[in-house]
Design a protein around this ligand. Structure first.
Ligand SMILES: [Zn+2]
Length: 114
């Protein structure tokens, strides 16, 4: 499962940052997950919770912020955002020449440590 590997690397990065900053415990981690990243938030949460016992993140609450897909259309030159996990055409003009500017995120945005 894809999410297990992601949860593992999130946990490793978080633990690494926490110990480097001289803290002993992680109490919360907020991650940004783009809707086009292919990561299922529920599966990631489950994987994270099953890995955190016996680490300094054992009490950490993982908060997942889903980032909608957004793009910039080169036909009408407007920015757009969609609720789906994919974009087929610009919602403003139906143009198919656009660039995705967000929605592929997979990163830690905030961490609470003690
Ligand atoms: Zn457009």
């Amino acid at each position: 499962m894809h999410e297990v590997a992601i949860a593992e690397s999130l946990l490793n990065v978080a633990i690494d940052n926490c110990t480097k900053s001289g803290h002993a415990r992680i109490t919360g981690i907020q991650v940004l997950i783009g809707k086009a990243s292919g990561v299922m938030p529920e599966a990631l949460l489950f994987a994270f919770d099953s890995m955190k016992p016996d680490t300094i993140a054992q009490d950490a609450v993982l908060e997942i912020i889903e980032v909608p897909l957004g793009g910039h259309c080169s036909s009408c030159r407007r920015d757009f955002e969609v609720e789906e996990r994919y974009v087929l055409a610009c919602p403003h003009c139906g143009g198919v020449q656009y660039s995705l500017v967000k929605g592929r995120e997979l990163s830690i945005s905030e961490m609470e440590v003690e």
